[in-house]
Design a protein around this ligand. Structure first.
Ligand SMILES: C[S@@+](CC[C@H](N)C(=O)[O-])C[C@H]1O[C@@H](n2cnc3c(N)ncnc32)[C@H](O)[C@@H]1O
Length: 268
């Protein structure tokens, strides 16, 4: 099954995913908002059903969404209308080539999905080049990766999955990067990379490194248990998790790791 087919077969599940993955959502939102103020123009590239896009649009950001999977794009449009949230546009497209999007038109581009589904370096570079093209000088790109340790965190978080995942974990152990495949029991085709090698993906790509943070910080494996804590405890934990998110320990403990890069130059 294609990547788009995989995501289109589970749009509702993908919309709900970030409720359980509450740390990934809240920590990523924190880092986006730390760099981009309301009214900034944002492109959510690989935005799926639009959780990040809608949360930002609701708070005054001007957000467009592009995704490979048409049912996700339709879902985002309908959900935005239902919730009374305005998305600029939501269209189907491939992150490697965005011919309908003007150069230097965004303050921020979210790439929270495409890079870990582009298994060839050349394709990831094409995506990074497109993001740099559509960003204004001084704009920020937020690029998510999946860690080579992600399957281990996931397996322990969902303990009933541990026996099935054990052979995959052994295979992943000690690797710098590897491609996971549904034929071997993984979710869909994806590229997993060791946290220490993510910054190297951007060498020579024209981005200044601003941040590298673990989207689940120190708590990937306990995320579900923490979900049942009181709102006060959760918000205290979240503040702690945000403060630690750029620490090496958080990078190694997270399933998703986000590189934040700034396009050189200053906004006009
Ligand atoms: C795990 S979902 C993430 C959705 C959303 N960004 C989030 O953070 O929850 C990955 C998304 O990336 C999209 N995607 C994968 N490869 C893509 C590509 N080459 N161009 C555009 N979107 C892509 C998929 O269709 C899917 O909606």
């Amino acid at each position: 099954m294609s990547i788009a087919g995989y995501y289109d077969a589970r749009v509702q599940e993908e919309w709900e995913r970030l409720e359980a993955s509450w740390l990934e959502f809240a920590i990523t939102q924190h880092f986006i908002r730390a760099k981009l103020s309301p009214e900034s123009r944002i492109l959510d590239l690989g935005g799926g059903p639009g959780r990040h896009a809608m949360a930002l649009a609701k708070d005054g950001y001007s957000v467009d969404l592009v995704d490979l999977a048409p049912a996700n794009v339709n879902f985002a449009r309908q959900k935005a209308a239902e919730c009374g949230v305005r998305l600029g546009f939501a269209i189907t497209g491939d992150a490697r080539a965005l011919p309908s999007i003007e150069s230097e038109s965004y303050d921020g581009v979210l790439v929270l999905g495409p890079l870990y589904h582009l298994t060839e370096r050349e394709d990831r570079n094409r995506c990074i080049d497109e993001v740099r093209r559509v960003l204004k000088p001084g704009g920020f790109g937020f690029f998510a990766f999946i860690s080579t340790y992600a399957s281990a965190h996931y397996a322990v978080k969902h303990m009933e999955q541990l026996p099935a995942l054990m052979p995959l974990l052994r295979e992943a152990s000690g690797r710098e990067s590897y491609i996971v495949d549904p034929a071997k029991g993984h979710f869909t085709k994806a590229f997993y990379i060791h946290p220490s090698l993510i910054a190297e993906e951007f060498e020579g790509c024209g981005f200044q490194r601003v941040s590298l943070f673990g989207a689940e910080s120190l708590f990937a494996q306990s995320e579900l248990r923490l979900l049942s804590q009181s709102p006060e405890t959760r918000s205290e934990l979240l503040a702690f998790a945000i403060a630690q998110a750029e620490d090496m320990a958080a990078l190694y403990n997270s399933e998703h790791i986000v590189f934040v890069g700034r396009k050189p130059g200053s906004a006009a």
